[in-house]
Design a protein around this ligand. Structure first.
Ligand code: PGA
Length: 238
């Protein structure tokens, strides 16, 4: 079955690298679905020139008005963008967004954007045996108020904070356990999400992770803006 591979560029890729990146990423021939989340600056260029799907890395909890520096779900939808990351751990940690996640998710769904909701425990949570509580809380808070009217597709990315950018990943059976746990939580809300794993995915581990039962794909972070490396990783999955 096709898998979903999301590329989160974070604060990487300069304008003078943009055309080369798009040209080369377009050379990839894969049966998997790819969603590229570049900087806001390049959304339109990617949208117009890249053959893969495009998403935003973040989205405002506001829809319009006097909110300097924000980009709304309404604006993204109007540009033809269909996906947005919501609640990435870097947003939660550096921009204190925990309390905004639910509004962001609802704004996405009301404006035809599929939210890619990121959840994950810290090392401290894991060591204290709080993994399930943390994941349960993050998911329950994020999806609060999704009623039948806006009940659409959602994507959940399980990203243990300690695995992001560290080169360390959980054991395969640990990832499988959490993915199944997320299904259990989400089933209570009668939602059918796509569930991904993210955190230090590389060319050595991607196929093992993609072969986990029930997993629908992966989210790849900082390495995804390095065109030669990301081509190698995606080609590895064919
Ligand atoms: P990483 O990041 O692939 O650099 O570990 C994943 C992420 O932040 O989504």
């Amino acid at each position: 079955m096709n898998k979903l591979i999301i590329l989160n560029h974070k604060l990487n890729l300069n304008y003078d690298e943009l055309n080369n990146y798009i040209e080369k990423i377009n050379e990839i021939d894969t049966n998997n679905d790819i969603i590229i989340c570049p900087s806001y600056l390049y959304l339109e260029s990617f949208k117009n020139k890249c053959k893969f799907k495009i998403g935003s890395q973040n989205i405002s909890n506001k829809i319009e008005g006097n909110f300097t520096g924000e980009v709304s779900a309404k604006q993204l939808n109007n540009l033809g963008i269909k996906y947005s990351l919501v609640g990435h751990s870097e947003r939660r940690k550096y921009y204190y967004e925990d309390d905004l996640i639910n509004e962001k998710v609802l704004n996405c769904l009301r404006n035809n954007i599929i939210p890619i909701i990121c959840v994950g425990e810290s090392l401290e949570d894991k060591e204290n045996g709080d993994l399930e509580v943390k994941i349960n809380n993050q998911i329950s808070q994020a999806i609060l108020g999704i009623d039948d009217e806006i009940k659409k597709e959602i994507i959940i990315a399980y990203e243990p904070i300690w695995a992001i950018g560290s080169g360390i990943t959980p054991e395969i059976k640990e990832i499988e356990y959490v993915i199944n746990y997320i299904y259990d939580v989400i089933n209570l809300y009668k939602l059918k999400p796509i569930i991904l794993y993210g955190g230090s995915v590389n060319k050595e581990n991607i196929n093992k992770i993609l072969s986990i039962n029930n997993i629908n794909g992966v989210l790849i972070g900082s390495i995804s803006s390095k065109i030669d490396e990301i081509k190698e990783i995606i080609n590895e999955t064919n």
